[in-house]
Design a binder for this molecule. Sequence first.
Ligand code: 0X9
Ligand code: ZN
Length: 353
Amino acid sequence: MKNKIIGIFVCILLLATCVIPVMGAHFLNKNNNDIRSYLKEIKNSAVSETPTGLYYTYDEMTVLLQSLAENHSDIMSLTSIGKTYEGRELWIVKLSDNVNQEEDEPGVLLMGAHHGNEKPSYEVLIYFIKFMIENYENNTNDVREVINNTQIFILPMVNPDGVEAGTRKNTEPNYGPFGLKSEVTSIGVDVNRNYGYKWFFLFFFPRMYLGSTSYHDTSEVYRGERPFSEKETQAIKGFMDTHEIALCITYHTCGELVMYGWSYTTRPIKDQALAISIGENITRINNYKLEPETDLYPTLGDACDWLYGEHNVLAYTIELAKTYAPSDPKVLEKICITHANVNLYVCQRAESL
Ligand code: 0X9
Ligand code: ZN
């Protein structure tokens, strides 16, 4: 009996080791009231409707970013960090003084639209780029200071193919789970399940992540054939290999939440106190609820876990808005203004990390 148990245990171990590789502030020295009046001090640019509607399309965003980069080349650069399955460039904006040099200044990464059907998540970032440029030129002190002392990297659309298709997932065809089928079985991977940190935990703890990530390619939370199987996550991996980032916000919709810590476990991160303190200051600006990532649900392969686990980046998920894509321009404008100030705070806070 004892030998049988040992035998089973050895088999499980062997299976695991063989199968897996194959599957394979200075700002917030201010108190609350100061923050409110500080927000009023910042000049806000208006959300303007694009020719085709309230939200930018990928092409409209491309034209805008190219023209901003051309006209403000002293503080803004525009680079592509890769191409999507459908051939769209993954645009990353850098805002900083000496923008073409990699300086010894803290880096902040802001990302939107991991999920293509969550339009406010990129809209807030397009707005932020315009807000920073406008206020830099108007000599707004806080903005100038941040541009001069940090390096801000903004990837408004992580998943532009999904944005154009109006889908959560990207649009690359799947060939069954693990790509083992010879014909196309479904479309798309949830890009926010494809990062390589603890990705294999699903194999060990399937019940814990039931419904929040999946082997099944037809699922809305399909995690892909292997870690970093997707062009979007590969591009971000390549970017992170060559840049120093201290703080990150990745925007989603919806739920009005600011989330910190691990997604794969309820255990605290080693910088828990710092994560909560910065998170509290963010929620003082946007009045959202602060909670651990796992309160929404535990999951695997999301951007924040990988950024913190692999690169020590203090990373937050912000779920914007009450609905996926508000249609009232006033509602969207308020979200954009508020989160321009959230982003500004995060950049200022990065200076003293
Ligand atoms: O599931 C996601 O990727 C995000 N939520 S959404 O409704 N926009 O799909 C949350 C990602 C952060 N991870 C956890 N909170 N576990
Ligand atoms: Zn999302």
